[in-house]
Design a protein around this ligand. Structure first.
Ligand SMILES: [Zn+2]
Ligand SMILES: [Zn+2]
Length: 259
């Protein structure tokens, strides 16, 4: 699977784009930086958008993507998310106040956007991608708004993106049981001195990440995303100094990983 990091951060600055990944050129996972990282012609190849949760650092460029690809394809672009996420995206983003309701443009019979409800732990498949069919499974995690991790499976490889989460359980069990797991992408948002903020907002610090990774009972690369831009240096120093039972590396923005 071709996995391009469009944005790997939990906030926005000139060097830090918000969370968004491009899979096989046609599927995006979260929408924090699609229109900031891709050319218009690259954006127009996107047919499927997975949304883990409604926070702006995961949805901010969705309205502009829809506008940039409008009218370029006979079929609507599909947005996949859990029911509660879908309700919030429709209510707060595509509500005809913040942005037009593209599920009714040009009309509700042939709209330019189609929402597809994702049910937790019920896999679904996107077929016809360059590297083969992509099977996706949503797994609820423990964030301050309803949020799902995504398990992505294609051919003989699998990747788990936990999305934003505080301490959680189920996704680590799935990680332990998934065959051919090539990587786990998980978060670290605040330095240790901000543990209280991390606890309230359900995010991880380096010391909390170390505890989480004890639940991962297998050798698999762990890639860290979602640093908050004001704390990059502090987070990198703390992660380097924290004893972990797994090798970790920072998920590199603009890099394309082959999983
Ligand atoms: Zn986030
Ligand atoms: Zn979040």
């Amino acid at each position: 699977m071709d996995f391009r990091v469009l944005g790997s951060f939990g906030g926005d600055s000139p060097d830090c784009r918000m969370t968004s990944f491009l899979v096989d050129g046609e599927v995006v996972v979260d929408a924090g930086a699609i229109t900031r990282a891709l050319t218009i012609s690259e954006q127009q190849k996107i047919r499927h958008v997975l949304i883990s949760h409604t926070h702006m650092d995961h949805t901010a460029t969705l309205p502009f993507l829809i506008e940039n690809i409008f009218g370029t394809h006979p079929e609507p672009v599909s947005i996949y998310c859990a029911k509660q996420v879908m309700g919030a995206v429709r209510r707060h983003l595509f509500n005809n106040d913040t942005w037009p309701d593209f599920t009714r443009i040009p009309d509700h019979v042939e709209p330019s956007v189609r929402f597809q409800e994702v049910v937790a732990e019920e896999p679904f498949t996107i077929s016809g991608l360059p590297s083969g069919d992509l099977e996706i499974t949503a797994i609820p995690v423990n964030h301050i708004v309803p949020t799902t991790a995504f398990l992505l499976r294609q051919g003989s490889s699998a990747v788990i993106f936990t999305s934003d989460t505080g301490p959680t359980e189920r996704v680590w069990k799935v990680a332990n049981e998934t065959p051919n797991l090539k990587a786990v992408i998980t978060e670290c948002s605040f330095p240790n001195r901000m543990q209280a903020v991390a606890d309230i907002s359900l995010h991880l610090t380096p010391q909390a990440l170390a505890v989480e990774l004890e639940k991962l009972k297998r050798e698999v690369p762990v890639l860290i995303y979602h640093f908050k831009p004001p704390h990059l240096d502090e987070l990198r120093a703390e992660l380097a100094a924290t004893a972990m039972n797994h090798e970790i590396a920072e998920l590199v923005q603009d890099r394309t990983y082959s999983f």
